[in-house]
Ligand binder design. Structure first.
Ligand SMILES: [Zn+2]
Length: 102
């Protein structure tokens, strides 16, 4: 099943794959966000929990990109994504209640 996430008007496809091509051709990356192709790659051999962390990290890159940050500081992205992961994880039922439009 292909997963899609919309970020500032763009639809990113989330792809789980063991290896993926990055501009600097790093082989051991856990994840990668391709802004031009709107694809987020996540290494398929990671644990379920790690995949979630990596997804939030790559989403944070996409959010910064969507907000117009052309230069991104990896440490900032890392710190924000850790807190964001915790906020989503520990408040998912509140979000489901507050943002359900049925
Ligand atoms: Zn990163």
């Amino acid at each position: 099943m292909s997963k899609k996430i919309k970020i500032s008007g763009l639809e990113y496809e989330v792809i789980e794959q063991e290896y993926f091509k990055t501009p600097d051709d790093e082989r051991n990356l856990w994840g990668y966000c391709d802004y031009e192709q709107q694809k987020i790659y996540i290494r398929s051999s990671l644990s379920t929990e790690k995949k979630k962390q990596v997804l939030i990290h790559e989403l944070t890159h996409a959010i910064f990109h969507g907000a117009g940050y052309t230069e991104q500081d990896e440490d900032t992205v890392h710190r924000i994504s850790l807190v964001m992961h915790q906020v989503i994880k520990e408040n998912i039922s509140t979000f489901n209640e507050m943002f359900s439009y049925d």
